[in-house]
Design a protein around this ligand. Structure first.
Ligand code: PAF
Length: 293
């Protein structure tokens, strides 16, 4: 595995891979890698000839009241995981090169960035879209991998790729869960033991709605109220919504298409998100195809 820090070095290394005719896969991350990232990297390795992973804690996707400086990091552990998983290139860009002084050009995502997390994290998806576009330009991958847990992020990125004709395909990988069902997240490390137990109510709420859906319940209000009944453990619920899995627009009345049930909540001071895909078509149940294909 090669470790590169500058864009110039990265471009030379990627060019060498391309000259060998290799299909390049890319997994952008903010580090503190866990099994969820490992599953993205494994998928990438199984579908591409060379895997590029980036680690960069992107300041523009944090708002001033979110603690960027507190974001967990463990570069040594990340490096050994990437090595173990057969990553070809580990890209660790410097903040100064990603955002040179007087940086002023951003990608402005449209309506898809407005609901759900967009309401509570203004500017977040603008920062995500901007850094991902920059990383795509630097790595120039054939295929890039994102997790279903960040459902709205994948929708924003798919939309950006389509709208800006970026020459990359986007693959969405199912959410990895702890054995008890909690969605894996770098933020889980902030949870104290008692909070960790209460955090479980988020996935239980989603599973409760899913189980009613599988038993034939199609009323959006009923599915949401079943989920809400389970959300006893959270300290502040931001949203629990049923949305169209492609447009992310709210679904009311009867669920007659593939939807996502999405939750964002604080447990203590930790903000957690999770979602499940519900589809009336049993073959599409749990399978995500967010945003435009
Ligand atoms: O999902 C993440 O870890 C980040 O939002 C991403 C895509 C690496 C952009 O900073």
């Amino acid at each position: 595995m090669r470790l590169v820090r500058s864009v110039a070095e990265l471009r030379i290394a990627v060019k060498a891979l391309r000259e060998q005719g290799l299909r390049i896969g890319f997994v952008p991350t903010m580090g503190f890698l866990h099994e969820g990232h490992a599953s993205l990297i494994r998928q990438c390795a199984s579908r591409c000839d060379a895997t590029v992973v980036s680690i960069f804690v992107n300041p523009t996707q944090f708002s001033p009241n979110e603690d960027l400086a507190k974001y967990p990091q463990d570069l040594e552990a990340d490096q050994s995981l990437c090595l173990k998983l057969g990553v070809s290139l580990l890209f660790l860009p410097e903040a100064q090169e990603m955002y040179p002084s007087n940086f002023q050009t951003f990608i402005e995502p449209g309506r898809v960035a407005e609901p759900l997390c967009g309401k509570y994290r203004p500017g977040h998806f603008r920062g995500v879209a901007t850094v991902v576009a920059k990383l795509f330009n630097m790595v120039q991958p054939d295929l890039a991998f994102f997790g279903q847990k960040d459902l709205q992020q994948t929708a924003v990125i798919k939309r950006m790729v389509r709208d800006l004709n970026l020459p990359v395909d986007i693959a969405v990988v199912p959410t990895m869960r702890e054995p008890d069902g909690l969605a894996m997240s770098s933020r889980n490390v902030y949870l104290g033991p008692e909070e960790r137990k209460r955090a479980l109510s988020i996935s239980l709420a989603l599973f409760s709605a899913e189980s009613a859906f599988k038993s034939g319940e199609r009323g959006a209000a009923r599915l949401l109220s079943l989920a809400l009944e389970c959300l006893w453990g959270v300290d502040e619920l931001q949203y629990c919504e049923l949305v169209d899995a492609s447009s992310l627009e709210p679904v009311v009345g009867l669920v007659d298409r593939t939807v996502a049930i999405c939750v964002a909540a604080f447990v203590g001071s930790t903000r957690l998100i999770d979602n499940l895909i519900l589809s009336p078509n049993p073959e599409a149940q749990g399978i995500l195809s967010v945003g435009p294909d």
